[in-house]
Ligand binder design. Structure first.
Ligand code: G
Ligand code: G
Ligand code: MN
Ligand code: NA
Length: 253
């Protein structure tokens, strides 16, 4: 309850900010970033989004917080384009509730138009739990998103229920291997098999496969040998606040 009250006030007090974690291709080049929200409360300190997003959703604050997340991300990506002359893909996490908001795509489209991008590569990260909802509503919406140039990534893949048959019909671009598999990759053959299976599925469906939570060279090496083509994790960079991200990108060859 205290968190909920604090959440309501914090949007006005600018306690939220975005951080961006670089994403690399198989050549080690940064092609994108994942946008992650942070909440720094004066008393509670840094609260994890894993904790406050579900509360924000229950409290009905998510439409406002979701708007903040999108608007801030788009504004900062526009600024990055102007300051560095580079255009990265940016992936934004979209919760089930957000996705299911009646006017989600209309609002998103309006928000994108507001910033007058010459070019914007925006990816929406959704989770398998979305498909418990009305598939007859979700599927056409995903196709519409694709039509207007958005990419779709399936986050936390492997942890939820997803039938292969359904996956085949989905207009998605990327599978994100859940961090829990990458964590145990080196000493758990079950995790290795799981990852190999996910990569095989991805290849067959012509999707990118991204491994998240990559922390060591040994993990990267094994993932590459399995055919994984995208990487994200502390090995390369932590999620970085805007100015730090800018410095990091400038220091890249
Ligand atoms: O950034 P971190 O690893 O602490 O994120 C923890 C969880 O919160 C992850 O499941 C992540 O997907 C989720 N999360 C982080 N940022 C956002 C966001 O901007 N929107 C939504 N819906 N979820 C987020
Ligand atoms: O569920 P989602 O994939 O959106 O969440 C990503 C989360 O994983 C973020 O909270 C991010 O901070 C965290 N993360 C990203 N890379 C690493 C890593 O290499 N190690 C650890 N421990 N966490 C990571
Ligand atoms: Mn994510
Ligand atoms: Na994930």
């Amino acid at each position: 309850i205290r968190i909920e009250q604090a959440l309501r006030k914090s949007l006005d007090k600018q306690e939220f900010f975005m951080v961006y974690q670089p994403q690399l291709d198989a050549n080690g080049c940064i092609y994108g970033v994942e946008a992650l929200v942070r909440w720094e409360h004066p008393e509670f300190g840094l609260v994890s989004p894993a904790e406050f997003i579900p509360i924000a959703e229950m409290a009905g604050i998510m439409p406002r917080l979701g708007h903040f997340i999108l608007a801030t991300t788009l504004r900062e990506m526009k600024q990055l384009q102007q300051e560095l002359g580079v255009c990265f893909q940016v992936s934004v996490n979209i919760s089930v509730r957000q996705f299911m908001e009646k006017d989600f795509l209309e609002k998103l489209t309006r928000e994108i138009e507001l910033y007058r991008f010459n070019k914007i590569a925006l990816c929406l990260e959704i989770t398998e739990s979305l498909f418990i909802e009305d598939i007859d509503y979700i599927l056409p919406l995903l196709y519409k998103m694709r039509e207007i140039g958005l990419s779709i990534s399936m986050d936390d893949f492997g942890t939820g229920y997803s039938s292969l048959n359904m996956l085949r019909t989905l207009p998605i671009d990327e599978l994100k291997i859940d961090k829990s598999f990458v964590d145990t990759l080196l000493d758990d053959t079950a995790a290795q098999k799981m990852i190999q299976n996910i990569i095989t599925i991805g290849k067959n469906l012509e999707l990118h496969v991204l491994a998240e939570g990559v922390e060591t060279n040994a993990q990267e090496k094994l993932l590459k040998s399995f055919g994984c083509d995208r990487f994200q994790g502390y090995l390369y960079a932590k999620p970085l606040a805007y100015e730090t991200l800018k410095d990091f990108l400038k220091s890249q060859p």
